[in-house]
Design a protein around this ligand. Structure first.
Ligand SMILES: [Zn+2]
Length: 49
């Protein structure tokens, strides 16, 4: 699906979004990357709600 990918970054997957919402992402680097993406990407931020 090309809508999930742009030139600069790959969007957070549904799978990772679910893990994030459930608090299952415990690896600091992964969590930091994910949160950074959410903060800069309204589309994913909305999907995470
Ligand atoms: Zn995104």
């Amino acid at each position: 699906m090309e809508t999930l990918i742009d030139m600069k970054h790959i969007h957070v997957s549904e799978h990772d979004l679910k893990r994030y919402n459930l608090g299952l992402i415990t690896e600091e680097a992964e969590l930091a990357d994910l949160e950074k993406h959410l903060l800069s990407c309204p589309a994913c931020m909305e999907r995470s709600n």
